[in-house]
Design a protein around this ligand. Structure first.
Ligand SMILES: Cc1ncc(COP(=O)(O)O)c(C=O)c1O
Length: 480
């Protein structure tokens, strides 16, 4: 294994008069027990089965650290929220200064300059005319806001989205999410929502032709499996929406703010949507914050009268710390030329992955846009390996990628993720990733792939054990 970075120098431990931080440090050994008791025991169980049940005690830049001081290179970043690396010191300084300034935070009846400045900054980075902003705390809330504003602005009821899409899990966005397993048990969901296959313009036009569609809501690159749109698809979809009087909504919660090597992915196809939704990275890795950006006339048509100007609100939507974190994030992306850096490090990663795809049959395809990368695995050729593939898929769709994810974590201290019920490993490293860190990842992945191809693969044995236990649990549940 290559050398891992040392735990960062312990500064004087932070403390507070109420003892909150001191108690959290003292009780860090109880983290998972507390989560199991009061938060989500099933998730704790899943983490433990996969060997991810570590008590990380600190984080800095591209790494998390456990109590023993072992470093973990983070290629997950909480699905992209820690895009500037963990505990970015410059964002922290801005947050401290914001707190120390004793600014007013009466969010419902007061506008701070910070909120206007962040809205101005977002508008500056988006196509002309997208300059009316509603701030929220989560990506789902930004999506939900666009769903409401599109209906109110057009007077039309229906909302279109894509199969395999993801837009969040509160009831509004859940109603347009592409995969049914997120929805089971939560219905009835919103009426008037329909899905079309991502990339299928005929199906889109057939729905739009009915003349009752308020909006088509689409991720420019589908995040779940890192699916890129077919050539010309998004431009043509935008034109179809215009022709049929529907609004074109781009969900850039995951792709926005330099993730794909552009400020927004829409630049790649020169799109001019009616809404852009932003979240995740805007947090600077610290604060919940998201934004719905639209055109002024749409905003005004939806809620723009004296009687209705307060009907769509969010208590913490434009709180000072979130606004300051968003501004700091955008300044850091610019100051540190992160768009260039994403391009450079992405080339190192995708070049290395292409070589690995040549060498190892397990890799079917690598898809990427900047530092949003999906590695799709495929059924191996040998008879024994195919039997294992089938057993593992029978136990759980989405388990197979753990063949790579578990040993990357266990043996190489690298955090990646399986992307749901499919065979994709998804990488969302920090935008601040160094070339050396990218190379360390490639070395580790090569070692893991090499082991998986061996007839006596230890990694395969681990995943087979999980599959067999899952099947046995299911059989017991069916019998009882
Ligand atoms: C494209 C997209 N939209 C919306 C969301 C929902 O964001 P949040 O989890 O902040 O509600 C996500 C989250 O992963 C996302 O990827």
């Amino acid at each position: 294994m290559s050398a891992l970075p040392e735990t960062p120098e312990a500064a004087a431990p932070p403390s507070d008069a109420l003892g909150v931080v001191g108690d959290a440090r003292a009780r860090s050994g109880e983290t998972l027990a507390l989560a199991s008791r009061h938060l989500d025991p099933s998730l704790v169980d899943v983490l433990s089965i996969l060997g991810f049940d570590k008590e990380h005690v600190s984080a800095q830049g591209s790494h998390l650290y456990d109590a023993a001081g072992r470093a973990y290179l983070d290629f997950h970043t909480g699905e992209g929220f820690a895009s500037l690396g963990h505990n970015n010191p410059d964002v922290r300084e801005v947050l401290r200064a914001t707190l120390d300034a004793d600014l007013v935070d009466g969010v419902q009846i007061h506008y701070s300059a910070l909120a206007g400045m962040l809205a101005e900054e977002l508008a500056r980075r988006l196509p002309t005319g997208l300059d009316a902003v509603f701030f929220a705390s989560t990506g789902a809330e930004a999506v939900d806001s666009a769903m409401k504003f599109a209906r109110a602005a057009t007077g039309r009821p229906r909302l279109l989205s894509c199969e395999s899409s993801f837009h969040g899990v509160t009831l509004g966005p859940l109603s347009i999410v592409g995969d049914d397993f997120f929805k089971e048990g939560f219905g009835p969901l919103l009426p008037g929502c329909a899905r079309v296959p991502f990339g299928d313009l005929d199906r889109l036009e057939a729905e739009l032709r009915r003349g009752d569609v308020a909006a088509f809501i689409v991720e420019p690159i589908q995040g779940r499996m890192v699916t890129l749109p077919p050539d010309g698809y998004l431009r043509a979809a935008q034109e179809l929406c215009r022709r049929h009087g529907a609004l074109f909504v781009l969900d850039e919660v995951q792709t926005g703010l330099a993730r794909t090597g552009h400020w927004f992915a829409l630049e790649r196809w020169e799109l001019e949507p009616d809404f852009v939704l932003v979240g995740k990275a805007l947090s600077g890795g610290y604060m919940p914050v998201a934004a719905m950006v639209t055109r002024r006339e749409i905003y005004q048509r939806a809620v723009g009268t004296l009687e209705r100007c307060y009907v769509h609100q969010s208590t913490y939507g434009r709180n000072r710390l979130s606004m300051a974190a968003g501004l700091a994030t955008m300044r850091i992306i610019e100051r540190d030329r992160l768009l260039d850096r994403v391009g450079r490090v992405s080339s190192t990663l995708t070049g290395g992955l292409a070589e690995l795809a040549e060498r190892y049959e397990l890799i079917k395809e690598v898809r990427s846009a900047g530092l949003m990368i999906g590695i799709e695995l495929c059924e191996p050729r040998s008879r024994a390996a195919r039997l294992n593939w089938r057993l593992i898929h029978r136990a759980s769709e989405g388990l197979f990628p753990q063949l790579i994810v578990i040993p990357l974590h266990r043996d190489h201290g690298i955090i990646t993720m399986a992307a749901g019920k499919n065979d994709v490993i998804k990488l969302l490293p920090p935008l601040t990733l160094s070339t050396a860190e990218a190379e360390r990842f490639l070395e580790a992945l090569a070692a893991v792939l090499g082991d998986c191809e061996g007839g006596t693969s230890r990694n395969l044995a681990v995943v087979r054990r999980i599959a067999t236990a899952t099947l046995a649990r299911r059989a017991r549940a069916t019998l009882s």
